[in-house]
Write a protein that binds this ligand. Structure first.
Ligand SMILES: [Zn+2]
Length: 443
């Protein structure tokens, strides 16, 4: 302990540590030094210690920050541009032309900052992203203070960012070099999907991931059509192909995994694959219902993501964990499927474990980093409060998130962002609107 006691002491009416399912501590405090949780103190203990700074949250829940396990942050700039379309119409006539015209460093930086402001305001402390122009994404992460996983997309076809798979990889590794010393920024390899990446490229990705000790982030079995096409054209389902290519391992974060048979669930469990479940995106694009209860029962680690703003359209993790709890019940016709505490654990510790940082964040425990959020339950919508876990999952809105810390650093205090300037973000977004509509100056 330092001479002055602690840097920061946060006391809250309720605390949800997420270490033990359903556990709630009342009137406890978290003592923090240098961004690390030193101890959890009861009221008597906390009154007796010195702290440089004290934060009292008298009608709040203090809990681990939410981990958004699958997103495309910069797509906030395309939010609401085209909705309720068939997937191919949406992509070919709306999203791809807009991306071809505009996606570059400035688009990614501005879009990612906008996304991060939204995510912080909703209690998200970690984002696992996948897009292009990774240096811009990493700089946005550093500017916002969020824990940022920058997914280096790999495709076989050209975009603004690269011409072919080798160039996607080499350019990403070059951009990664600048950020290797940054504790809060981590690059991952993100082969887009089995239907957009060749066997040869998947093999290169696996080799590179092992050499460089990197995670792999990939869209897998999102739609029935993708599984059916592969079965018809390659005579095997995508997951079997990925297994043969050596992709299935604890390094892999498989986004979606909506269409799985019993053997594939077993396969994911056996290989330690983590799943990023995106309930709202799966509903909006009519992809289907991921078999989350069966995955959990098989022992698969499952986290929760929002997917991009063009296919959700909110980057609202509280809404997402409510949807995860509800969709599991509809999918199984079982109201006991994915109870509130399970949804909360997926959105915190589940995401952290998938990212290989389960020993560092995702729950409140001595020795972990202080990635914490507070949610104010003193509202019409959440009174009276019998069970704070139930309220966080089923009743509270993201506007009730009051405070956010990453590694002990405040990113939001009493609803005010400390690292980002909301006014500037709004002005920038308005400028992008003009540019995308073709009214602004071409860059
Ligand atoms: Zn996605």
């Amino acid at each position: 302990m330092a001479d002055h006691g602690f840097d920061l002491l946060i006391s809250a009416r309720w605390m949800i540590p997420v270490e033990n399912d359903g556990e709630i501590l009342e009137d406890y405090s978290v003592a923090i030094n240098n961004g690390e949780i030193i101890s959890l103190l009861n009221p008597t203990e906390s009154a007796a210690v010195n702290a440089e700074k004290r934060v009292r949250l008298d009608h709040h829940v203090l809990m681990p920050g939410l981990v958004n396990l699958h997103g495309h942050s910069a797509m906030t700039l395309l939010r609401g541009l085209a909705d309720d379309k068939a997937l191919m119409d949406w992509l070919q006539n709306h999203i791809w032309p807009a991306e071809a015209a505009h996606v570059a460093d400035d688009f990614v930086f501005d879009g990612a900052l906008l996304a991060m402001a939204e995510m912080i305001r909703g209690g998200t402390t970690t984002i696992n992203d996948m897009y292009f122009y990774h240096g811009a994404m990493a700089r946005a992460g550093l500017a916002s203070g969020m824990r940022t996983f920058v997914g280096a997309t790999v495709l076989e076809f050209p975009t603004n960012y690269a011409q072919n798979a080798d160039e996607y990889l080499s350019r990403a590794l070059e951009e990664r070099r600048e950020f290797l010393g940054e504790e809060l920024v981590t690059f991952t390899l993100a082969p887009h999907a089995p239907y957009t990446v060749s066997d040869d490229t998947f093999r290169k990705v696996v080799t590179l991931a092992e050499e460089q000790d990197m995670l792999i982030h990939c869209h897998i079995h999102e739609t029935a059509g993708e599984v059916e096409d592969a079965r018809r054209e390659q005579h095997q389902r995508p997951l079997a192909r990925l297994k043969a290519l050596g992709l299935l391992s604890p390094r892999l974060i498989a986004a979606h995994m909506v269409h799985l048979d019993k053997d594939e669930i077993e396969l994911a469990a056996r290989h330690g694959v983590s799943v990023a479940h995106n309930p709202t995106s799966n509903m909006k694009l009519a992809s289907g219902i991921a078999p989350v209860p069966a995955l959990l029962a098989a022992g698969v680690n499952v986290g929760i993501g929002t997917d991009g703003a063009a296919s959700n359209n909110k980057l609202d993790m509280l809404a997402e964990l409510r949807q995860a709890a509800l969709l599991a019940k509809v999918g199984t016709l079982d109201p006991t499927a994915v109870p509130a505490a399970t949804a909360l654990k997926m959105a915190t510790l589940g995401g952290a474990r998938a990212l290989g940082i389960g020993d560092k964040v995702g729950s409140i425990r001595a020795g972990k980093d202080a990635d914490l959020i507070a949610i104010d339950l003193e509202a019409v919508e959440t009174s009276p409060a019998f069970d704070p876990i139930s309220h966080v999952v089923y009743a509270a809105g993201r506007e009730q998130v009051s405070h956010v810390w990453v590694k002990g650093r405040p990113l939001m205090r009493a609803r005010t962002l400390t690292t980002l300037d909301t006014g500037a973000l709004l002005e920038n977004a308005a400028r992008w609107r003009e540019r995308i509509l073709g009214k602004g100056k071409t860059a």
